[in-house]
Design a protein around this ligand. Structure first.
Ligand SMILES: Nc1nc2c(ncn2[C@@H]2O[C@H](COP(=O)(O)OP(=O)(O)OP(=O)(O)O)[C@@H](O)[C@H]2O)c(=O)[nH]1
Ligand SMILES: [Mg+2]
Length: 363
């Protein structure tokens, strides 16, 4: 309900904004357009009034929610609360032993450096390269650099990621699966950040829209930065949470660099089905649908080595991928089996001594 309300507000605001230049142009026309302009003027005022009253209503509703939240918290008493953070957690905190799955399609220029960078990081037990029908020396170079190379013949970024997840599950020594691209855009050193946060969530995804962490000349220009922020907002609307403005705090839906707990991969893998370029938001949708906890962390993002095969091949391709993502988010049908609908998994349980401290009022 809240989701549709917000969408309606966005559409009305866009419509209202479009009426201004339209009326301006109509007034300049050499023929008499007074009939039409007066109707449009009324529509413009109506939308402005509606939005103004909507804003006042929103502020009133927010005030009520804040007051009600405070009142009910005081009434029930936090110390008596039986629900500690993580009560619904589906899994044990991960130990941080990682298998890294690298997707690669004609990445001969970059793959040696990427494999060496990731395989030498602390906690990495295995590095796999998913070779997606490369015609260059990607596979041979990856093997020589020390990776296990798997051939995925179904062409597509999503198929390469899916195969990466499947192959990673075969590595039983690892309890965390990391997905990454073979184009040199991501840094192995950032694995430490994923390792730190994967103890607190089922899935940790990188965000590339953090000022200061994005190398000039990388894929993240104005178009991709704003586009990812806008599509993330749509995804937050799709899985809405009134308090946090979305079930996950997301700003970048297209980042491949992500860590997933092994048990979380086992849960969502059967439901993952997108083989093309909009796989990344698809995986987020399925994860949120299945009640997994998903957090986003800032990562460094570098200029790619070699030529692009994805969204940044051209403006047109970027637009097509963006529209496919938006369409998928809007039309996604929840697929979590009814029997699986347990509580949303949160952070790992609070240690008993800390919980006892909270209960006795110690901070
Ligand atoms: N686009 C695309 N990428 C594939 C495919 N198979 C494997 N990949 C790999 O998946 C990753 C994503 O493709 P990229 O070309 O980096 O696309 P992008 O990240 O949107 O844009 P840039 O990094 O700026 O080029 C790369 O590591 C590719 O080598 C495929 O069929 N299509
Ligand atoms: Mg890339």
């Amino acid at each position: 309900m809240a989701r549709f309300l917000v969408l309606a507000v966005i559409v009305l605001a866009l419509l209202g904004a479009a009426l201004h230049p339209l009326l301006f142009v109509l007034n300049l026309l050499p023929f008499d357009s007074r009939g039409l302009t007066s109707v449009l003027d009324i529509a413009k005022s109506f939308i402005a009034d509606l939005l103004a009253w909507g804003l006042i209503g929103l502020i009133a509703a927010m005030g009520t929610l804040v007051a009600f939240g405070r009142w009910s918290r005081r009434r029930s008493g936090i110390a008596k609360s039986s629900r500690s953070p993580g009560a619904g957690s589906a899994s044990e905190p991960a130990q941080g032993r990682m298998v890294v799955a690298i997707t690669a399609y004609n990445e001969a220029d970059a793959i040696t450096g990427v494999v060496k960078d990731f395989s030498t990081q602390e906690g990495v037990v295995k590095t796999i390269v998913i070779d997606n029908n490369s015609e260059d020396a990607t596979a041979a170079l990856a093997r020589r650099a020390g990776a296990t190379v798997i051939q995925e013949t179904r062409q597509g970024y999503g198929y390469a990621c899916l195969r990466g997840l499947e192959e990673a599950l075969k590595v039983h020594a690892a309890d965390v699966v990391v997905l990454v691209e073979g184009d040199g855009t991501f840094a192995g050193a950032d694995l430490k950040k994923f390792q730190a946060y994967i103890t607190q969530a089922d899935i940790v995804v990188g965000t590339r829209v953090v000022p200061g962490l994005v190398e000039p000349g990388s894929q993240m220009d104005y178009f991709f930065t704003w586009g990812n922020i806008a599509v993330s907002a749509l995804l937050r609307l799709r899985f809405w949470d009134s308090q946090f403005l979305g079930a996950a705090r997301l700003s970048d839906v297209g980042c491949t660099y992500r860590a997933i707990r092994r048990d979380a991969v086992l849960r969502i893998l059967p439901a993952l089905e997108v083989g093309q370029d909009h796989f990344s938001p698809h995986m987020m949708l399925v994860a949120l649908d299945y009640g997994l906890s998903l957090i986003e962390i800032p990562i460094t993002f570098r200029r790619r080595i070699g030529t692009s095969k994805g969204a940044s091949r051209s403006m047109w391709k970027g637009l097509r991928v963006g529209l496919a993502m938006m369409w998928h988010i809007m039309t996604y049908q929840p697929r979590r089996p009814v029997l699986d609908r347990g509580p949303r998994s949160l952070a790992p349980p609070v240690p008993e001594d800390v919980a006892a401290g909270i209960a006795s009022g110690r901070s």
